[in-house]
Design a protein around this ligand. Structure first.
Ligand SMILES: [Zn+2]
Length: 351
């Protein structure tokens, strides 16, 4: 059984090497820079750790444009460490002369309540109420008149990957929109967000057009039920997994909560359920990966390695205590991610 289980981490590293080669290629480097130069609006997304949630994939946006933040349920405390990260991200966008859209997302399944968000015990009304409050928190910090930063509440219906935009007490449900006509979408978005600057509206129109095309591709492909329920094989803990965009393969927990054990335990239970339900084979097993990121060689890099090891110790001990039945199926990998190249380098740790 050992060699097959290690295959998950080997596949992960091979996928990373491929992503890094593409990311650092002249074409992708230049087109990313061009996209940033052309687009006066930066987009961040607060979202659930759920492996099915993948905004680049469901909107056709180039990788590395939407800045993701992931935690259990898409729950975030702006008063905590996360708030500093969001503030830094906004300030960088402001310094570059850009507006910012912060997508505050929740998710659910139209076909079956139990396919919803484990972070809210599959209760979509609770998720909507929570993200409504989170939008207010963002407004309190960055301004209720939305002159530079606009938080936007968005639902993600995972059966069809359809986005639902909330605003002014109304919704725009893209699963019910058949035309990707920009003028029609612009008018619909303006009625939801009457005070939104035109260039921000145009950014949302781009998201909508990409999502409408994705929904119709999903409908044509008649995605099997097995692909819309959980089938992740990896739990990634730490900030170094933003480049990973294969849908439904990895649960990602950014270390944002005071209680980091809770999201790790919930993710571990999802992995165990994937094995017990047969959507992941016992022979293949699952893997816990931890990471930290760095820009510069030297102490930043060695500290990142230490952080990856520290997260491994904590996450592993948490799973041993809270989800002991998962341990026989679990393989482990820790590594550091170079932000310039998105290359993930494994680091040694005590097994
Ligand atoms: Zn969720």
């Amino acid at each position: 059984m050992e060699p097959t289980r290690n295959k998950i981490i080997a596949d992960f590293l091979a996928h990373n090497a491929d992503q890094s080669a593409q990311f650092t290629s002249p074409d992708q480097t230049l087109s990313r820079r061009q996209h940033r130069a052309e687009n006066p609006v930066a987009i961040a997304a607060m979202k659930c750790m759920d492996g099915r949630i993948n905004l680049s994939f469901i909107t056709g946006f180039p990788i590395g444009i939407i800045r993701p933040f992931r935690n259990l349920g898409g729950k975030f405390d702006i008063g905590g460490h996360f708030g500093e990260l969001l503030l830094n991200w906004v300030m960088r966008a402001v310094a570059a002369g850009k507006d910012s859209i912060v997508l505050v997302t929740y998710h659910w399944s139209r076909g079956a309540t139990e396919r919803g968000c484990k972070g809210f015990h599959c209760n979509v009304d609770d998720a909507i109420a929570y993200t409504t409050d989170l939008v207010r928190d963002v407004e309190e910090v960055f301004g209720a008149r939305h002159e530079v930063v606009y938080p936007v509440q968005v639902g993600i219906e995972t059966d069809e990957d359809a986005l639902v935009f909330h605003g002014s007490g109304k919704t725009l449900d893209l699963s019910k929109v058949t035309s990707d006509d920009r003028d029609t979408l612009r008018i619909a978005l303006e009625s939801l967000y009457p005070d939104m600057k035109r260039r921000m509206i145009e950014s949302l129109v781009n998201l909508c057009v990409g999502n409408i095309r994705h929904i119709s591709a999903i409908r044509r492909a008649a995605r099997p039920l097995a692909d819309i329920d959980h089938k992740e094989t990896m739990l990634g803990v730490g900030p170094g997994f933003n480049w990973f965009h294969l849908p439904n393969q990895m649960l990602i927990v950014g270390p944002y909560s005071y209680d980091l054990a809770e999201p790790i335990a919930v993710a571990g239970k999802i992995l165990l359920n994937n094995i017990e339900s047969g959507s992941v084979s016992k022979e293949d097993g699952v893997a816990l990966l931890t990471s930290a990121t760095y820009w510069d060689e030297g102490p930043e890099k060695t500290r990142a390695a230490m952080k990856a090891r520290s997260l491994m110790r904590f996450a592993r001990a948490t799973l041993e205590e809270k989800v002991p039945d998962l341990m026989p199926y679990l393989d482990f990998g820790a590594g550091i991610l170079n932000e310039n190249t998105i290359l993930f380098t494994p680091v040694e740790f005590d097994k």
